[in-house]
Design a protein around this ligand. Structure first.
Ligand code: TRP
Length: 461
C-alpha cells in the first residue's frame, strides 16, 4: 500500500517489541508519574487502585483495542480511517476531533515537558542545592511565569519531538522508544528501590496502598475512568494511528493488554518511587506540578546521593513526556501527510511549527501575557481542560460506538483474530463491551467532565 510519500509503501513497525515500546511509550507519560500516584493516594489508596485496574481491564483495554482495530483495518490516519471504513458518512469528524486534540494536548503538554528540561539544567548546575521550601516555590513560580525561558525549553522539546517523528515510524518512533522505554523502566525501578529503603518509607506505602473503600463513590469512580483514558492515550486517534502501522500478523488483543498492564505497572512504580520518600522525610504530599517541582527537589536535597537521583528523576520525566509527545504529533503528521498528500517531512515541519506557535501562546498565558485567557481560564488551563474533559471522552465514546455499532461484527472479529488465524476467545466479550458497557461508562465520564453532575472539576494533568 502506498505510504504518505508517493511511491513508497506505507510504513509499519518492524517487530512486536517495537509496537509495544511505541504504544507503551505513548501511554506512559506525565500523567502516570505525578498524577496517578497522587490521585490514588488521595482517593482510597488500594481501593482506588482496584477500581482503576478494573476500569483499565474492562473499558481501557477494549477501547484501546477498538482504536487498533480501526487503524489497522483502514491503514490510515484517523480522518482517513473513518473515511475509508464509513465512506460518505459524518464519522470522519471523529478523526478531526483527534487531529484538533493533537494540537490542544501538545500545546500544554510541551509547556510542562519543557519545565522538566529546565529542572534538568538546574540540577546539573547545582542550582537547587540547599534551597528552603520557600525558595523552591519561588524558583518554580518565577520560572513558570518568566516568559522566554519556559518558551525556549518548550521549543527545544518540540524540536526533539519533531526530529524523531521526521525520521519516520521505524527509524524514528520505533527505534527511539525501543531505547527510551527500557531506560525509563530501569530508572523508575532504581528510584523505587532507593525510596522504599529509606527509614520510615512504610508510611508512604500505606498512603498509596491501604484500601479505604469508604472513599469510593461515584465521583471517584468516574475520576478513575478519566485517569485511565488519559493515561492509556485513548480517545484522540493516537492508537488508531499507531494501529495503522501494526502488521497484519500481530495479535492486537494481546498488544492492547500488554500495553495497558505496562502503563498501569509504571504508574504504580511511580507511586513507589515518590511516596515512600515523601513520607520518609515527613513532608505532606502535594498534588500536581508542586509535587514534582517543589516537594521532590526538597527531598532530593536531604537524601544521601540525592543529586544523582534528582538527575535521573528529571531524565525519567523528560523521557516519559517525549515518548508521549511523539505519539501525539504523529497523529497530526499522519493526517497532513496522508490526507493532504504532503508527505511525512513536509507534514512534520508544518505541524511542528503550527503546534509550537500555539504552545508558545500557552506558555506565555501563564506569565507575561495573562490576557491570553478565555472565561477566566488561562490558555493553559483551557486547553488542558478542553482536551481531558471534552475532546478525549467524546473521541473515545465515538470510537467504541463506531466499532460496536457501525462496523460489521464479522469485520471487527476478523481484525482481532487475524482473519481466523488466532483463537481470540474473548472476542465475544469484547463485542459486548464495545456495544453496551463502554459507551455507557464513557458517557458518564463525559457528562462529569462537563460538570453536569458537579462531582469534580476533574481533568487536571
Ligand atoms: N498518556 C500520556 C500520559 O499519561 C499522555 C498522552 C499521550 C495522551 N498521548 C495521548 C493522552 C493521547 C490522551 C490521548 O501522560
Amino acid at each position: 500500500m502506498q505510504g504518505f510519500d508517493k511511491n513508497t509503501p506505507r510504513e509499519s513497525f518492524g517487530s512486536q517489541i517495537g509496537v509495544i515500546a511505541a504504544a507503551a511509550g505513548s501511554a506512559v507519560g506525565l500523567g502516570n508519574i505525578w498524577r496517578f500516584p497522587y490521585v490514588a493516594g488521595e482517593n482510597g489508596g488500594g481501593a482506588f487502585l482496584l477500581t482503576y485496574l478494573a476500569f483499565v481491564l474492562l473499558i481501557g483495554v477494549p477501547a484501546m483495542l477498538s482504536e487498533f482495530v480501526v487503524g489497522r483495518k483502514a491503514q490510515r490516519n484517523p480522518v482517513g480511517a473513518f473515511r475509508r471504513l464509513a465512506p460518505g458518512s459524518a464519522w470522519p469528524a471523529v478523526g478531526f476531533i483527534g487531529v484538533a486534540a493533537a494540537f490542544t494536548i501538545l500545546a500544554f503538554y510541551t509547556t510542562v515537558a519543557g519545565w522538566t528540561l529546565e529542572y534538568l539544567y538546574l540540577t546539573i548546575f547545582d542550582k537547587l542545592d540547599h534551597l528552603q521550601k520557600k525558595d523552591l516555590e519561588n524558583t518554580f513560580t518565577t520560572f513558570v511565569a518568566s516568559g522566554w525561558r519556559p518558551v525556549m525549553w518548550q521549543v527545544v522539546f518540540m524540536l526533539l519531538t519533531g526530529f524523531i517523528v521526521f525520521k519516520g515510524v521505524k527509524n524514528g518512533i520505533e527505534r527511539s522508544t525501543k531505547i527510551m522505554m527500557p531506560l525509563l523502566l530501569l530508572i523508575i525501578i532504581a528510584l523505587g528501590i532507593r525510596s522504599m529503603t529509606l527509614p520510615g518509607a512504610a508510611e508512604g506505602l500505606k498512603f498509596l496502598f491501604r484500601p479505604d473503600f469508604s472513599k469510593i463513590n461515584a465521583g471517584v469512580m468516574l475520576q478513575a475512568l478519566g485517569q485511565a483514558f488519559f493515561s492509556l492515550s485513548i480517545g484522540m486517534g493516537t492508537l488508531i494511528t499507531y494501529g495503522s502501522y501494526i502488521r497484519k500478523s500481530e495479535n492486537l488483543g494481546k498488544t492492547a493488554i500488554s500495553v495497558s498492564l505496562a502503563d498501569t505497572a509504571i504508574a504504580i512504580l511511580a507511586g513507589l518511587a515518590i511516596f515512600p520518600a515523601v513520607f520518609a522525610f515527613k513532608i505532606t504530599p502535594e498534588a500536581g506540578p508542586s509535587l514534582v517541582f517543589i516537594t521532590l527537589p526538597m527531598i532530593f536535597d536531604q537524601m544521601a546521593g540525592g543529586v544523582i537521583f534528582e538527575l535521573v528523576f528529571f531524565i525519567l520525566l523528560a523521557i516519559a513526556a517525549l515518548t508521549s509527545t511523539i505519539s501525539v504529533l504523529e497523529v497530526a503528521v499522519a493526517y497532513f501527510g496522508e490526507e493532504l498528500s504532503m508527505g511525512r517531512k513536509k507534514a512534520t515541519v508544518l505541524s511542528t511549527i503550527a503546534i509550537t506557535i500555539l504552545g508558545i501562546c500557552t506558555t506565555l498565558s501563564m506569565g507575561p501575557m495573562p490576557e491570553l485567557s478565555i472565561a477566566g481560564l488561562s490558555l493553559f488551563d483551557l486547553l488542558d481542560k478542553t482536551s481531558a474533559n471534552v475532546l478525549l471522552p467524546l473521541g473515545g465514546l465515538c470510537i467504541v460506538l463506531f466499532v460496536g455499532w457501525k462496523l460489521k461484527p464479522e469485520a471487527v472479529i476478523g481484525e482481532i483474530n487475524n482473519e481466523g488465524t488466532l483463537r481470540a476467545r474473548l472476542a465475544p466479550l469484547f463485542m459486548f463491551i464495545v456495544k453496551f458497557l463502554a459507551p455507557v461508562a464513557i458517557a458518564l465520564v463525559f457528562l462529569n467532565g462537563l460538570g453536569l453532575f458537579g462531582f469534580f472539576g476533574g481533568g487536571d494533568l
